[in-house]
Design a protein around this ligand. Structure first.
Ligand code: OAD
Length: 255
């Protein structure tokens, strides 16, 4: 394993390397945001089916909007941490040889300055109509008391509700996003591919399978996670610990 001058592990990134990064809720844990699984996680207090499926929204839209309004409030109050900043610093150094794919909807990568970013599960801060094809729009409003209705549909005499622009269970990921990830893994800039997963339990597909995509494209695969992730055996290297502490050193962009 490559190490730095203090003998700490270092992900080997040179001018011929492209870096595909996948992040999950663990990268925002040190910003104070709850992860999904485990004690105190978001899925402990809520049934996934109630707040993260189209059927749950149809059954109780007000409950779903209260859940996402609380998450908007928490994400707006949080600040990017050293791990988000390390990825933004790496982007400034290697430019389009970096692609960050986040499962997080909290907006913290973008606020840290990361632009080569795919928010593959959507964003807490976009809303869309459940009926019409108007593009998703920026929205930080809290809808705690009432379920918002689409005013464009209302103008056409139809009552349709707005919903968070988040990919729920049972829904498909954007095929353009998946195509970009595959193209980057297989023939992105730079001769060598390194894949890094950070703060994700490896339970949710297809993102949990990106490590296999990277490995079959000849990539060296790294996992940086607090606990042993469900798919840890798929990785070449596993570094256990908190992302905000480890990532600046691992990426060689120490603060
Ligand atoms: P999880 O809550 O499943 O997993 C978070 C992982 O982060 C766990 O394996 C923790 O060990 C690890 N972790 C916690 N704190 C950490 C820290 N400080 N540093 C490093 N690692 C840490 O969250 P995700 O894997 O992101 O989907 O979950 C994936 C998807 O499942 C989410 O995007 C969401 C959820 O259901 C949707 O809502 C569609």
């Amino acid at each position: 394993m490559a190490v730095d001058s203090r003998g700490e592990p270092r992900i080997p990134i040179d001018e011929a390397t492209r870096v595909l990064v996948v992040t999950g809720a663990g990268i925002s844990a040190e910003s104070g945001l709850a992860t999904f699984r485990g004690a105190g996680g978001l899925w402990e207090g809520h049934r996934v089916e109630d707040v993260a499926t189209p059927e749950g929204f149809a059954a109780d839209s007000a409950l779903v909007w209260r859940f996402y309004s609380a998450r908007r409030t928490a994400a707006l109050a949080a600040q990017p941490n050293a791990a988000h900043r390390a990825l933004a610093a790496l982007e400034r150094r290697i430019g389009d040889r970096l692609l960050v794919v986040t499962q997080n909807v909290d907006g913290l990568h973008r606020r840290a300055g990361c632009e080569r970013l795919i928010e593959i599960h959507g964003s807490l801060f976009r809303t869309r109509c459940t009926h019409c094809t108007r593009p998703p729009f920026a929205d930080e409003a809290l809808h705690e008391a009432e379920v918002p209705a689409c005013e464009l549909c209302a103008g056409r005499g139809r009552r349709a509700y707005l919903r968070p622009d988040i990919v729920w269970f049972g829904e498909l990921l954007d095929s353009d996003h998946l195509g970009r990830v595959e193209a980057f893994a297989e023939q992105g800039p730079g001769r060598r591919l390194v894949f890094v997963a950070v703060g994700t339990s490896g339970n949710v597909w297809p993102v949990a399978g990106f490590v296999d995509l990277a490995a079959s494209a000849g990539g060296e695969t790294w996992l940086v996670n607090l606990d042993p992730a469900g798919n840890a055996w798929r990785f070449d290297r596993v570094v256990r610990g908190p992302a905000a502490e480890l990532l600046p050193g691992l990426l060689g962009v120490g603060e």
